[in-house]
Design a protein around this ligand. Structure first.
Ligand code: FES
Ligand code: FES
Length: 183
């Protein structure tokens, strides 16, 4: 018997009737039309179906749509603002970090989750963040290099802003990131 679920996908509310065994990645792709989560292994190994569920990265091939009822889901289509790319997405484009791109959405979201709580990660932390995202063609060095370049550029930008604010005697206005990743 079908059940009505309510999802917020990239900020847009959806009400859908789903079967008990409908998997979230299939609902996102086939019912909602969000195509960036890719169906690879379908058993939680490859990370190509990664989405953010209330800000946390999850394998959408392992989650039933009914389990996502009432939750907020973000895919790469929902990152950035005004249709623009995030700095990490732009760095990936600029450096041609991917070849076929099948793994790219999952990689971007795993890195996004990391940076939402640690804006200045080490290379090892980036490696750890994408450890569950398999890339079959590029290899990982160009991908990690692109992330580190984006991180360095963002840090340089923050230093300029914070220096200007300090000169004005103002506080930096950055919110502390606690243990919980924000949705
Ligand atoms: S398709 Fe979900 S982890 Fe591979
Ligand atoms: S670029 Fe092809 S799987 Fe990663």
């Amino acid at each position: 018997m079908k059940k009505t679920v309510h999802l917020v996908v990239n900020g847009e509310p959806w009400e859908l009737d789903v079967a008990p065994n409908d998997v979230l990645v299939e609902v996102l792709r086939d019912r909602i039309g969000v195509k960036s989560p890719k169906i690879g292994c379908e058993r939680g190994d490859c990370g190509s179906c990664t989405v953010l569920l209330d800000g946390r990265s999850v394998r959408s091939c392992l989650i039933l749509a009914i389990e996502a009822d009432g939750h907020s889901i973000t895919t790469v289509e929902g990152l950035g603002s005004n249709g623009g790319l995030t700095p990490v997405q732009q760095a990936f484009v600029d450096s041609s970090a991917f070849q076929c791109g099948f793994c790219a959405p999952g990689m971007v979201l795993s890195v996004h989750e990391l940076l939402s709580c640690e804006p200045n990660p080490t290379r090892a932390e980036v490696e750890h963040a994408i450890a569950g995202n398999l890339c079959r063609c590029t290899g990982y060095h160009p991908i990690i290099d692109a992330v580190m370049e984006a991180v360095a550029a963002a840090a340089a930008g923050r230093a300029v802003v914070e220096g200007a604010l300090a000169a004005l005697g103002a506080k930096d206005g950055h919110a502390d990131c606690d243990a919980e990743v924000q949705a």
